[in-house]
Ligand binder design. Sequence first.
Ligand code: DGY
Length: 330
Amino acid sequence: RREQSALAHRVYITRKVPPEGLEIVRRCGRVKFELWDSDDPVPRDELLKKVKGVDGLLCMLTEKVDAELLDAAGPNLKVLSTMSVGFDHLCLDELKKRGIRVGYTPDVLTDAVAELTVALLLATSRRLIEAAHEAKTGGWGTWRTLWLCGYELANSTVGILGLGRIGVAIAERLKPFKVKKFLYTDVAPRPQLAEMINAEYVSLEELAKQSDFLAACCALTPETQGICNRKLFSQMKKNAIFINTSRGGIVNQEDLYEALSAGQIAAAGLDVTTPEPLPTDHPLFKLKNCVILPHIASASYTTRNAMSALAANNLLAGLRGSQSLTRHHR
Ligand code: DGY
């Protein structure tokens, strides 16, 4: 037994993970793992200590994986598995330079994220949070003709910023609401995906000009950082609704605040912000036409378990040196 444990791969897991994933790691006899047994992120100092000498690291989107962390881990580190589809917290160049394999969790969260995006879009466009608040705080006088009116999807144009699996899944769900037209923009046309939802490729400017609903579901990269800014909002229609379930970093929040408070666009629904959590005294929280959720797009029991299982399998595949790791390709 002593020999076996000497041969075991050492792994650090940066958070309490859902049971399915944990079970997979537990059942694998050749892994000796340590876990930050909390719902909150491991403090950076602790993380830097704990990664020393590990062969594998399973992390969340809250951990910045940069040169400092990889240096602290040292040369044994073979695989980095993140329980997220987003990878903006990973310095891919540093990982590549060191030959560390990288796993992430696409696909398994597509349905949950698309579902939440539609929920957030409807909550924002039909003013559900505001309406529920009025109902329970005495604002509900009588039935009034234009009170709490919003905007409907029927006959609308929906623009998708960043067409990937999630963008397609959002459009598929919105189509039955009788959307008239789907548009999208991306770094280049994506004809195979676009064909699935009959979406037309346009420039970012056209997307802003034509969309009644603009849903951002792109990755955060140097190219998309701050892409939703004053210029974009000023090109949008006054009745337009902006929805973001990608990353807060794609939005210039000061510009969004301006656009929302000046009535340049009708409303925004955000599942992601900068920073997270967004301080409760942030000006965006003061606006009635801004619905803010605490980054819950993938938060269903099924999906979080599936993400943890995929992240665990990626970790083990990476340790084995197998090709079945769900890798991020650039
Ligand atoms: C991700 O996976 O990147 C989401 O933001 C959280 O599930």
